[in-house]
Structure formats: C-alpha cells, structure tokens
Ligand binder design. Structure first.
Ligand SMILES: Nc1nc2c(ncn2[C@@H]2O[C@H](COP(=O)(O)OP(=O)(O)OP(=O)(O)O)[C@@H](O)[C@H]2O)c(=O)[nH]1
Length: 169
C-alpha cells in the first residue's frame, strides 16, 4: 500500500470525554477500501470481493497521547451508489481515498474524489490521505509511484503507517 497524506487534522466531536473523529473511506469499486479498513480494525484481510453499500466501524485509538475514537465509514465504490457521496463528504472530518496501483482509472477517480471533497467543503484544509493499494500485484502495476509526486507529500507503504499517518494528520 502506498500512502500520501495532505492537509492537517482538525478537532473532532467528543464521545464520553474522548475525541471522536469521523473518517470516510472513498475510492472506486474494488480497489480495496474494505480490505484496508478490515486490516486496521481486525488485522484480517478479506480475500473476497463483497461490494460495500455502507459499513461503519468504531475503534479506540490514541491520538497525540490522548484516547480517541475513529468512526470509519467504508463507502460504496460501485457507480450505482454514488448518490450518497456528497453527503459523506459533508460529514467527514478526514478522508482516505483509495485507488489500486493496478488500475489507472481508479487513480484518476481518486483525483476526482479529492477535487469533489474540496468543492463540497469549500476549502483545501481537509485532512486527506491518498492510498495506492494492491502493491503486491507489482506485475500488473499501471500507476507508477512517481505519478503521485504532484501532491508533494510523504509516502508510506504499510497499513500501520497509513493509520499512523491518518492519526498524525
Ligand atoms: N492482491 C491484493 N488484493 C487486494 C488488496 N486489497 C484488496 N484486494 C482484493 O480486491 C478485492 C476487492 O477488495 P474490497 O476491499 O472488497 O474492495 P472495495 O474497494 O471495498 O470494493 P467496493 O465495496 O465494491 O467499492 C477483494 O477480492 C480483495 O481481496 C491488496 O492489497 N492486494
């Protein structure tokens, strides 16, 4: 997995004294949003594709040495479920946009997601991480790492680094 992060974290709401951050997973169908989410939540990798409509997860983490909750919304990538996207974009405090390095179109769609978030939120100051998934399928790679450099932000390549990067903003 290859990750770029952008912008800075903003304060979340609170739940039982702990800060709560709403994170939304976005990306084209089948790029691995659920797999990335499940690896973080339960350290499991689902090797089947069960198209998501909407799944919500809540997990406790520490951010800046304080207990906090991440509310992770795993959204649908399939085109027939696009109606809810803008609503997710209005509600999210941070976004993880996934694409597959084996699918150039999913990378182009990731860029569109990013632009749409900026449009819907009327600001560029949104915590956002871009994840290039399926890097184990190197022989099928269509998106080169250098392609991502236009974002000018740091890269990391494991799920734990992704989530650490999401926490650090
Ligand atoms: N080889 C490989 N396969 C992966 C990886 N991540 C996900 N997959 C597979 O890709 C398929 C789709 O993964 P999902 O996590 O369901 O994709 P999604 O983006 O949530 O799909 P939608 O809900 O339809 O939008 C599954 O068969 C996964 O096992 C990865 O890093 N490497």
């Amino acid at each position: 997995m290859e990750v770029e992060s952008e912008a800075h974290c903003c304060p979340g709401s609170s739940s039982g004294g702990s800060r709560e951050y709403k994170v939304v997973m976005l990306g084209a169908g089948g790029v691995g949003k659920s797999a990335v989410t499940m690896q973080f939540i339960s350290h499991q990798f689902p090797d089947y594709h069960d198209p998501t409509i909407e799944d919500a997860y809540k997990t406790q983490v520490r951010i800046d040495n304080e207990p906090a909750y991440l509310d992770i919304l795993d959204t649908a990538g399939q085109a027939e479920f696009t109606a809810m996207r803008e609503q997710y974009m209005r509600g999210g405090e941070g976004f993880i946009i996934c694409y597959s390095v084996t699918d150039r179109q999913s990378f182009q769609e990731a860029a569109k997601f990013k632009e749409l978030i900026f449009q819907v939120r009327h600001t560029y100051e949104i915590p956002l991480v871009l994840v290039g998934n399926k890097i184990d399928l190197e022989q099928f790679r269509q998106v080169l790492s250098e392609k991502m450099s236009y974002h000018g932000v740091s890269l990391c390549d494991t799920p734990s680094e992704l989530w650490q990067s999401a926490k650090d903003g």
